[in-house]
Design a protein around this ligand. Structure first.
Ligand SMILES: [Zn+2]
Ligand SMILES: [Zn+2]
Length: 307
């Protein structure tokens, strides 16, 4: 029942100081979701043991190179490995055109279906849904159309109280009905209310991915009480004016958003190459939000399972 983020690349703009541009993988149980795909993502996947063939859904925040230059190589590798299962890519408009233009002169034909899903950048919308989770976009203010993503587990069934199974001699169908919230008729004319039979399911786990963006408090309601928040922190506060001019955030601003949202934990990243050590960024964020940790490539950030 894993819900964990692995960072593949945590730098902005260019590779530097042994850090790669932006890419992450969220594992939800047995499923792997790739979020942005900067240069180097493939080698980092191999290095960190991410099973790349299990990736079926790729979420791209925007079309700046530090978030997509690893994508053509990954799509080619899928083909070279004779992949047959479909790949779905979700992004603001323009990515299909870009990838198609790259494939055409090579006369390359991928041996698997590739689907592009265009996300509206100016409003929050449902990007993806399956049996485990939903992915909702978060409109971000950057130099080109950009979205963040909120991954949220679906409600799990209620837990049955074991002693009630024996007390009412519950059958398997009755147990399943109770887990889905129904009252039970044990057969003696009584109605046993669901609240007596079950324990509420623990709240669904969530992860929000915010990169790249100017400081923007309007996103706070969309990420309220998120368990794990990744927020870009490209610069320290002394470069706040430059951050605003380039539509990025400072570490202090990232921490302020995390605090306002009541996030369970903040992971900062998208570091500028001017910082060889990320200590100044981390220390600055910690003055505002104590539950801040640095984004480190290869490190796993897990939201624990509560049973
Ligand atoms: Zn970027
Ligand atoms: Zn960007």
């Amino acid at each position: 029942m894993k819900f964990a983020l692995t960072i593949l690349g945590v730098n902005s703009a260019t590779p530097a100081h042994e850090r790669f541009p932006t890419a992450q993988v969220l594992q939800v149980q047995h499923q792997y979701f790739l979020i942005d795909c900067g240069e180097g993502a493939q080698s980092r996947m191999s290095q960190f043991g991410i099973p790349r063939q299990k990736i079926q859904h790729i979420f791209i925040s925007h079309l700046h190179g530090d978030h997509i230059f690893g994508l053509p190589g990954l799509l080619f590798s899928f083909g070279l490995n004779d992949r047959k299962s479909a790949v779905h890519i979700y992004s603001p408009d323009g990515l299909e055109e870009m990838i198609t233009a790259l494939l055409r002169p090579m006369e390359a034909i991928l041996p698997y279906p590739l689907y592009f899903h265009v996300l509206p950048a100016g409003k929050s919308s449902l990007a993806f849904e399956n049996e485990l989770l939903t992915v909702t976009t978060i409109p971000l203010q950057h130099r080109i159309p950009t979205v963040g993503f909120l991954f949220r587990e679906k409600e799990r069934p209620k837990n049955i109280r074991p002693e009630k199974i024996a007390e009412y001699s519950l059958s398997i169908p009755q147990i399943l009905a109770a887990k889905n919230g129904e009252d039970i008729l044990p057969g003696d004319g009584r109605i046993v209310p669901n609240s007596e039979l079950t324990i509420p399911a623990p709240p669904p786990r969530s992860f929000a991915y915010i990169s790249d963006t100017i400081y923007d408090e309007s996103i706070v309601p969309l990420i309220k009480e998120v368990d794990l928040l990744y927020h870009e922190a490209t610069f320290c506060q002394d470069l706040a004016e430059y951050a605003t001019a380039t539509k990025h955030s400072t570490a202090r601003q990232a921490a302020t958003i995390a605090k306002m949202a009541g996030a369970g934990q903040l992971v900062i990243g998208h570091y500028s190459s001017r910082y060889q050590s990320v200590e100044p960024l981390l220390n600055e964020a910690l003055t505002i939000f104590s539950k801040t940790v640095p984004g480190v490539e290869g490190r796993e950030y897990e939201v624990p399972y509560v049973s």
